[in-house]
Design a protein around this ligand. Structure first.
Ligand code: PLP
Length: 416
């Protein structure tokens, strides 16, 4: 596949990183996530190169919520990625992966005392607060632990509503995320100087995921810059700017922002502001780094007809891969190993084993061949929000992941 060089797809067969899907499925069982690790690290490097060519101090703090498989986190950390996490457990995972404390960011609209205490104790790079009360809570925790100079940023809600799936947009004025701009200004003008242990030194914005329009990122970056200028007049100096994640991928609709357009809109906009040369610019990319590294292999249990529909019923369900049931997401599906290799125009609806009508992965799917019991199909681009959202719903086993790297494959246990 030209845009997915780690995948070789021919009629009725698939290989990932040089390994036949059929052999991997036989060895490890299905449903099975297969991740080509080098694809993940190559994408990290591509993003780093592009962004740091525009601004000297860039950190890609990989969004652990998109994929928390420790083997993947370690590979990213060993190549310089930081971590964006949303819980105390995420903080521990990042340290175990080898991320330096100063390269860890804690986000989340409703952090528990345990989350905040763990972050303060670890002296991480930045806690992005989502309310004024949270800042005061952090101050109190710092006092209890006798910690000083705790770096805290505001996740700001600028009211930027990105054109993406409604369930993936987080920047609307009435969304639960962030602190309204006016409130940030008011707090910094009136109360920031009263803080003894917390140092307000960051600004953060994340307006959603799967965004394909660069102007959203440009506007977000401009808003962050303008706000920091305003805050500096009340003595609050912002040293870390965080533009969140959200860079979208092409799941088959032919819509994807180029990396250079993204870098221009963010780091490029930032670099034009000469006074910010000494600030760190943080990116919380998740989906773009991992999505296309991974396929989900699933076996056909039954093929049956219902009315005018041909169903291929597979062993992966919404517990294995939730995005289609949660967001109506549609991913490309290909035949990975089929008995029949004759060209066929038959189309299928693909359903799972879970007793929910939304437990489907696609409708009217053409695989180019016909399916029968025991065949293997692959759902593409499942590296982001795949295993990360998996569960044991319906008492089904948690899906396994295999990582392929440098001519080898091995089981990669999930985070615990
Ligand atoms: C605060 C925050 N940062 C980063 C991300 C990662 O976004 P993406 O995977 O789209 O890059 C998310 C995802 O929802 C998020 O909520």
């Amino acid at each position: 596949m030209s845009d997915r060089p780690h995948l070789e797809i021919s009629r009725g067969s698939l290989s990932v990183g040089g390994f036949e899907a059929k052999d991997l499925a036989e060895k490890y069982g299905t449903p099975l996530y297969v991740t080509e690790l080098d694809r993940v690290t190559r994408k990290l490097k591509a993003a780093e190169d592009e962004l740091s060519s525009r601004h000297p101090d860039v950190l890609i703090a990989f969004a652990y919520k998109s994929n928390s498989t420790p083997a993947i986190l370690k590979a990213l950390a060993s190549r310089g990625a930081g971590a964006t996490v949303v819980s105390a457990n995420g903080l521990r995972l990042a340290r175990a992966a080898g991320v330096r404390a100063r390269d860890i960011v804690l986000d989340g609209p409703s952090k528990s005392e345990e989350d905040l205490t763990a972050a303060v104790r670890m002296r991480i790079g930045m806690i992005n607060a989502e309310s004024v009360q949270e800042v005061l809570d952090i101050e109190e925790i710092c006092a209890g632990l006798k910690v000083e100079g705790c770096r805290v940023g505001f996740r700001v809600n600028f009211g930027i509503l990105a054109d993406t799936h409604a369930g993936l947009a987080t920047g609307g004025r009435s969304h639960k995320f962030g602190v309204p701009r006016e409130e940030v200004v008011e707090f910094c003008e009136s109360h920031a100087s009263e803080l003894r242990r917390v140092k307000i030194s960051g600004l953060h914005s994340h307006v959603g995921s799967q965004i394909s329009d660069p102007s959203v990122f440009r506007r977000e970056t401009e808003e962050l810059l303008a706000l920091s200028d305003e805050l500096s007049r009340s003595g609050v100096e912002i040293r870390e700017f965080n533009v969140g994640g959200g860079l979208g991928v092409d799941y088959g609709e032919g819509k994807e922002m180029s990396l250079s357009d993204y870098a221009d809109a963010t780091a490029g906009t930032f670099a034009r502001s000469a006074s910010k040369r000494r600030s760190r610019l943080v990116f919380e990319l998740g989906r773009w780094i991992v999505a296309d590294s991974t396929v989900l292999l699933t076996k056909v249990n039954y093929v049956k007809r219902a009315g005018a529909t041909n169903w291929a019923l597979v062993d992966a369900g919404m517990n294995t891969f939730l995005r289609p049931a949660l967001y109506g997401a549609r991913h490309r599906i290909v035949a990975a190993s089929t008995k029949d290799r004759e060209e066929s125009s038959v189309v299928y609806d693909i359903g799972g084993p879970v007793c929910e009508t939304t437990d489907t992965f696609g409708s009217g799917v053409s695989l180019g061949v016909s399916l029968s019991k025991g065949d293997l199909i692959a759902i593409l681009d499942t590296g982001a929000y795949g295993t990360a959202m998996a569960s044991t719903y319906n008492m089904r086993p948690f899906p396994k992941t295999v990582v392929v790297s440098g001519g080898r494959h091995r089981l990669a246990p999930p985070a615990t």
